[in-house]
Design a protein around this ligand. Structure first.
Ligand SMILES: Cc1cc2nc3c(=O)[nH]c(=O)nc-3n(C[C@H](O)[C@H](O)[C@H](O)COP(=O)(O)OP(=O)(O)OC[C@H]3O[C@@H](n4cnc5c(N)ncnc54)[C@H](O)[C@@H]3O)c2cc1C
Length: 357
């Protein structure tokens, strides 16, 4: 395939991973983004993520494939590329006695899940390894991504392969065709604008809403990553702990509040998050309870949740060939390489002379 001129809108994990894979195929990629690694903004989800590999592919079957296709690369980065800011951690997942597991956690919390042979060292926990009140649990080795290191790492990889990155705000998606640094019209525009695809002219996807996540970042260290269904305060609250690589702090979460756009910290929710985390992992504060937490900051990010699942498809808008890659909700990192590989295939299909669009 001869190299094409491509404009990618967005510099989150979706835009950067897609740009990197396109550039490795020798395409000439210009990234146009309102926010770049280093920024913290409510319209920019990627910096706020934990992020780890805890499969959530309940959403639909392609999501499971994308997670399956991504795991080997994240594992390679964690074990062979320290500058990527990813490390391996033990994961411990606990099912509480007498509590229903919410639908979105069922795959993850199963004792015999689809991913048991994908991850390393999967096994059910023995009864004597469970904290009080837990009926069952599993453990495996997973990865945790320090997004403050990994996003700049991805950006650096993009530059190494010739991607040009520019700040810009695209009003209508068709305008991006004229934003390639070569001065020529782009052959294809790739839309990685995340949650803001619900506002981007020419896209305005009404199926896309935020799934709000609130976190507390602390200096305390955790011996493993944890999650449990033992959350009594409503269906949209969660409990998870993950320690980021390379001094990135430990993330305490969280919630999954669909339709909530608020960037404000809810202090009551923050207190519930910290209490739950210390209960499940008292080692966090050496037995000193919530008082022993050393808070770096609180944070809120909006996951791009889309009814029917993420959107990976091509279409023509005002005569411009467009490929979409957005809507990965709470699994944008752990599905990133799988999704971006499929996007590269869609882009190259569009470039074929007989492309049916
Ligand atoms: C609290 C929390 C925890 C999470 N934990 C995990 C986890 O453990 N594992 C995991 O895999 N995922 C996790 N996620 C989900 C993950 O963060 C998202 O799925 C992912 O970051 C989405 O990336 P994105 O590139 O699609 O969007 P974004 O990161 O939002 O990037 C969008 C980009 O598009 C740009 N843009 C938007 N509109 C325009 C425009 N009109 N013109 C120009 N540029 C524009 C923005 O400036 C930005 O550069 C978590 C999310 C949150 C909030």
């Amino acid at each position: 395939m001869s190299p094409a001129n491509i404009v990618v809108i967005g510099a989150g994990v979706a835009g950067l991973t897609t740009s990197l894979l396109l550039a490795k195929r020798r395409h000439h990629v210009t990234v146009i983004a309102k926010h770049m690694p280093g920024d913290y903004d409510i319209q920019y989800t990627s910096p706020w993520a934990g992020a780890n590999f805890f499969p959530f592919s309940f959403e639909n079957e392609p999501a499971r494939k994308w997670e399956r296709d991504t795991h080997p690369e994240l594992w390679r980065l964690a074990t062979q590329v320290p500058e990527s800011g990813i490390h391996v951690q033990d994961a411990r997942l606990y099912n509480a006695k007498g509590l229903e597991t919410p639908g979105f956690m069922k795959d993850l919390m199963a004792e015999d899940p689809w991913f048991k042979n994908l991850v390393h060292g999967f096994r059910a926990l023995d009864k004597d390894e469970l904290p009080e009140g837990m009926a069952s649990g599993t453990t495996f080795k997973s990865v945790c991504i320090n997004t403050a290191v990994y996003l700049p790492y991805l950006l650096g990889q993009c530059r190494k392969y010739g991607v040009v990155l520019k700040r810009g705000v695209v009003k209508h998606i068709a305008d991006a065709r004229d934003m390639h640094v070569s001065g020529k019209k782009a052959d294809v525009v790739v839309n990685c604008s995340g949650l803001m695809s619900c506002k981007l002219g020419g896209v305005e996807d009404a199926k896309l809403i935020p799934a709000r996540g609130q976190i507390v970042v602390v200096r305390n260290e955790a011996p493993a990553m944890y999650t449990t269904n033992a959350v009594n305060e409503g269906d949209d609250e969660m409990m998870y702990i993950m320690m980021r690589a390379a001094g990135g702090g430990t993330i305490l979460g969280g919630c999954y509040q669909k339709g909530n756009w608020s960037p404000e910290i809810d202090p009551n929710l923050a207190n519930r998050i910290m209490k739950r985390c210390v209960e499940i992992c008292p080692e966090l504060t050496g037995g000193k309870g919530v008082e022993g937490l050393d808070i770096i900051r609180h944070g809120v990010g909006l996951r791009p949740w889309r009814e029917g699942g993420a959107r990976l498809e091509s279409e023509v808008i005002n005569g411009v060939k467009v490929v979409h890659n957005y809507g990965a909700a709470g699994w944008g990192y752990q599905a990133s390489y799988g999704m971006s590989s499929d996007v590269v295939a869609l882009v190259e299909d569009c470039l074929k002379p007989q492309a049916k669009l």
